[in-house]
Each structure stands twice: as structure tokens, then as C-alpha cells.
Design a protein. Sequence first.
Length: 179
Amino acid sequence: MTTARHIVTLLKSHIAGDEDRFLSIAMQLAAHEARQGHGKLAQELKDLVDAAKSRDARIAKSSRPVPLFQPKGELAGLLHVRYPDLRLTDMILPDSLRSRLHRVLGEQRQQASLREHGLVPRRKLLLVGPPGSGKTMTASALAGELHLPLFMIVLDGLITKFMGETAGKLRLVFDAMQA
């Protein structure tokens, strides 16, 4: 990518509010400058990106949302709620999956703009895969990026030997999510 393309992409990511992409392009620009023999400029860019990342980490930790919803009663044994710190940049993902997840994040961050054009952002996302493939980690990263709570069902509290009881507990969980 040429320097001019870097600048255009930097501006687009800034306008879209995609800070991760912005910092990624800034690092690419620093690498480009280093390859051109501009070591001092490359180091200055890298230092600025590192400072921005550490600032974001401090802000994220100091401005953690206050958990408004804590399961009570029977729900306490069925749901676990937390506010994850994980970000998409912490994950190693194929480019195709990373771009899809960034699109979902972009939709959530640009809700007002979408609504102005008669569109609505996705409200549901189905993560499918075998055990250990990263479904929960992906959900945690998305919740962390959007500063939203992550609700996880405690399966051993949900499933009982009586089918009707399990269905009733499942109904409680879904009713709580609708509220």
C-alpha cells in the first residue's frame, strides 16, 4: 500500500470510528517508513501507536460499566454475567472471519447512521463450530469491544432429568434476555 493509500485508509477508519483498524494502518505506515530508511519517523509512529493503545487500555479499565443486571433467584444458578476485557486484536483469526466480525462491530457502532437510511443493525449472531473452536472467546471479544455484558448459561444448572423442568428453566433464561 502506498503512503497516500495509507492516509486515505486512516481517514476512513477514523470516520468509521474503527480505532483498531486505525492503529493497524498506522503500524503499517510505520513499517513502510522503516523500509524507506526513515527509522526516526518509523519509531515515532510506533511510539504514538503504543501510547494510544496503552491509553485505550487505561480508559477501558477506568470506565468499566457498572453491572446493571445481576441474575437473582432461580436465574442466579442459570446465568453468569461478566464484562469481558478481551478485544478482537487479542485473537488470532483468519482475515475473512476478522473482516466479518469488524463488519458486525461497525454496524453496532454506526446504528444511528443505519437507522437514518431505514436499516437496522444485526441483533443476533449465531456462532457455530466444534468445542474449542473459539465461539465463547469470539462472543467475549465482541462484548468487550462494545462494552456490553456477556451472558453465559450455566449448563449444569439448566439441564435436569425432567424434560419439562429443563424447558421451564430455558424459558426463564430467554424471558430474562427479552427484559
